[in-house]
Design a protein around this ligand. Sequence first.
Ligand code: HEM
Length: 447
Amino acid sequence: MIAKRTHGLPLVGLVPQLVKDPLATISRAARRHGDVSILRIGPMDCYLLAHPDPAQEVLAEKSKVFTKESSLWEAAQSFVGKGIGTTDGEEWLQQRRAMQPQFQMSRMGDLMALTADAVREQVADLRRRARPGMPPLSLFKEVRKMTTRVFLRTMFGASIDDQELDTLLAAIRESFETVDKLLWTSFLPGWVPAPGMRRYRKAIAAFDSIVVRIIRERLDNPVDRDDLLNLILKSFDRQDGAAWMTMIRDEVATMIVATQDGPSLMMGWTLTLLCQHPEVEAQLREEIETVLQGGSISVGHVAALEHTRAALMEGLRLYPPLWLTVRKAIGDETVGGFDVPRGTFVFLSAYHIQRHPQFWPEPDVFDPSRFLKDGSATEHRGAYLPFGLGPHVCIGKHYGLAFGQMLLAEILRCFRVRLEPGTRVRPKGMVTIQPRDEVLARFEAIV
Ligand code: HEM
């Protein structure tokens, strides 16, 4: 069987369109050619999967053949290095084993308690700043700052001042923008100039200096606690020299980035969707009032916040932060009955899979009740991929959701969040799925 192909221009194929607007380009291809099709990118035929069955094959059942060992992941490695999220095979397995203990259920109690403290602190800080009549805030930026601060504290025991936080977030944004382009231009011959490399190197240097500051602080002031930073430090035998520091730096950098975009975009999109659906927001408020009984959030509340959790899961369905992922076939294989020769890149669009009408009735409607007990959410493992699937499935999946429940509940307990009239909400899919325009919102304090 041969899949239908989207060609693009001679020599470069779809590269210019993918650099400009990957989500629109992929959406067009999926709409025209269906669940499995071919994208011509530079000189290569790549597969695009927009159906749960082949996605499950690639990510889970045939994960030994479809790996991250490819030049495409080098684009991400040029930013975060060879940490857990960008490697595969033996190198990846070792890192996964080293970090796994931090996310085991037996450890989660302490981690969650620390997270609840950090969440309360961040919302209280916003509460102090939010005065009546103050100008609207950038919703996604605000939750990104809160999220970053929470995870820096819980994973690395680190605090960060406003200026350093701005530098960190600007460096990550700048680097992501370059990685976005590198991802596609790496299909072109080496003589095609890479985009904006000087700015990219500057951004990496700024990011690195903060990462190294966090590591050095811990080395100078060791703590007797099994947080993620200590686990990382323990998993590499202490040595002097640059090579050792690079290994630690890569792990810490990867974790800072992993705890950045996923959780903060989950919060940003879910809050935005709640602003657009007051009837769902009202249900959540009712739940939060009943569960929290007027007090602030703590770990003990998480299990009972079912509607809050369902809203986050539905937000992740409509806007999976990592909406597009890629693997490379390291041997000849088949996917969905199609031959996939060794060396072929396979792109999987979670965004389209999670809106596939065969698996999700009224796929574009925000309806968190699908994820409530006895709701209509499909059981197909390949149909819901915000945390990936198979061996590389997100290590922080349960923790990330619990964090989201706590932050969302605490924000809704303290604020009525309203989008500024006229605010346009449209997604832009780069490496992650961001709002195309700034989403302005008013945070009106209610307690
Ligand atoms: C709550 C929102 C989050 C979302 C949407 C999310 C999404 C994802 C996705 C889609 C992957 C799989 C990538 C792939 O297959 O290539 C992944 C991997 C990963 N995530 Fe998350 N994540 C979230 C939270 C977190 C948190 C809170 C942590 C850590 C505390 C974390 C750490 C990681 C790590 C280390 C990996 C790499 C796993 C591996 O390759 O073995 N994530 N995440």
